[in-house]
Ligand binder design. Structure first.
Ligand code: NAD
Ligand code: ADE
Length: 425
């Protein structure tokens, strides 16, 4: 461990965890071949040379590998966590000790510390922001406006962050161009669906050791994440109920073979409830008062607002911590409602987040979007932008290649046919 490296600005829990962080980050790298390919390319061409990237992301082994790609591309990087319960302290220690990356993230940070860490990342006057949930960008626009002129652009990782950015843009409040990485097909079709599908179940099982087979699992929200969780819960033998507010998604869930009903009807039926809506109070106190004894409630949406946790605490007679990441609330009826991970993202708080093989694509989009911003920012105005289609397809082709898969190419005849309207019955 070099003293020089440790003299960088940082706020981490324990540098002695670095060996474990290093081992686990290298393990994740072995599942991230697309990022490895971009690292080789970035080492040669240095597309991010001179850029200062402020990243507010879940501090996981997968994120560590993204930081290394950005550094290989010539950027100076600072990292803070995007959720108080998702930081893996060993990874933070590894980034600091072995890569000299200034990291400000501690597991269990309270709100004050969480925002201090965001501000510490902003202190180095970034040129690019890389956010997951829009807390960094929001802080920048509200409290650190002096830094706005130095910023060429940003990227946003998740659905909730993109929604907040679009609201800022609609209000005329967004001060620079931001690429909605979430909206790339090679992001949400895989990360939100298969990543959240698997890692949410993983978090629930690590927290509870529950047998899913034969249990009634209520999935709130049938968007990309909800579809993935419903699919995987069914695969493990659960009876799956879906709740929705969108008639088209509800119909899709019904034709996919799930029971569809409002939360008020599902509340007394479910053994396990999972919210993935990006919305507030989707499971409210009135629902929890009706739940079976021992019902488990958890959330895998970005913010801890989907379950009314404050209301649950106020309604309950007593609360006991019964296992790591499980608090049991004794309701006035004497029935217990068990809340996982304080209502925060259960897949990142009680497990490790999405598997690296899926984050490989999400983070390839992040790295390529940063490169795109450097090249194109002078042509972009304030607003929310899509990942260019050619970059999205490039990520898909690279991933297919690493899976040893090849696909057909349109022949000249097929191209001509698809562009014509003269052939009929
Ligand atoms: P999405 O927009 O595809 O789906 C959300 C669904 O929730 C929509 O179909 C919407 O109609 C539905 N909904 C909204 N309010 C509802 C309500 N009151 N009751 C029932 N359904 C309701 O979004 P998504 O990509 O699936 O993301 C969902 C959330 O998960 C977001 O907060 C996103 O940021 C987050 N997310 C988390 C992870 C993770 O690692 N846990 C990964 C990706 C996204
Ligand atoms: N979001 C969901 N899973 C993640 C992971 N493993 N790393 C970073 N961000 C994530």
């Amino acid at each position: 461990m070099s003293a020089k490296r440790l003299s960088i600005p940082l706020d981490i829990a324990d540098i002695n965890l670095a060996n474990e962080g290093k081992r686990r980050t290298e393990w994740a790298a072995s599942e991230m071949p697309v990022l490895a390919r971009l690292t080789d390319e970035f080492k040669q061409s240095k597309p991010l040379k001179g850029q200062r990237i402020a990243a507010c992301l879940h501090v996981t082994t997968e994120t560590a590998n993204l930081m290394l790609v950005l550094k290989a591309g010539g950027a100076e990087v600072r990292l803070c966590g995007s959720n108080p319960l998702s930081t893996q302290d060993d990874v933070a220690a590894h980034l600091v000790r072995d890569h000299g990356i200034s990291t400000f993230a501690t597991y269990g940070a309270d709100r004050k510390k969480y925002y201090e860490q965001i501000n510490a990342v902003l202190d180095f006057k970034p040129t690019i922001t890389m956010d997951d949930g829009c807390d960094l960008v929001h802080t920048l626009h509200c409290e650190r406006r002096d830094l706005l002129p130095g910023i060429i652009g940003g990227t946003e990782e998740t659905t909730t962050g993109v929604i907040r950015l679009r609201a800022m843009a609609a209000d005329g409040a967004l001060a620079y161009p931001i690429v909605a990485v979430n909206d790339a097909d090679t992001k949400h079709l895989f990360d939100n669906r298969y990543g959240t599908g698997q890692s949410t179940i993983d978090g629930i099982l690590r927290a509870t050791n529950l047998l899913l087979a034969g249990r009634t699992v209520v999935v709130a929200g049938y968007g990309w994440c909800g579809r993935g969780v419903a699919m995987r819960a069914r695969g493990m033998g659960a009876i799956v109920v879906v709740t929705e507010i969108d008639p088209i998604k509800a119909l899709e869930a019904a034709l996919d073979g799930f029971q569809v009903m409002p939360m008020s009807k599902a509340a007394p039926l479910g053994d396990l409830f999972i919210t993935l809506t990006g919305n507030i109070n989707v499971i409210d106190v009135a629902h929890m008062l009706k739940m079976k004894d021992g019902a488990i409630v958890c959330n895998s949406g970005h913010f801890d607002v989907e379950i009314n946790v404050g209301g649950l605490g106020a309604a309950a007679k007593k609360a006991n911590a019964s296992r790591d990441n499980v608090v049991e609330y004794i309701m006035p009826s004497g029935r217990k409602v068990r809340l996982l991970a304080e209502g925060r993202l259960v897949n990142l708080a009680a497990a490790e987040g999405h598997p690296a093989a899926v984050m490989d694509m999400s983070f390839a989009n992040q790295a390529l979007s940063a490169q795109y911003l450097v090249k194109q920012h002078h042509k972009l105005s304030k607003g929310v932008y899509s990942v260019p289609r050619e970059l999205d397809e490039r990520v898909a082709r690279l991933k297919l290649g690493t899976l040893g898969l090849s696909i057909d190419k349109l022949s000249a005849e097929q191209k001509k046919y698809l562009a014509s309207y003269s052939h009929g019955t």
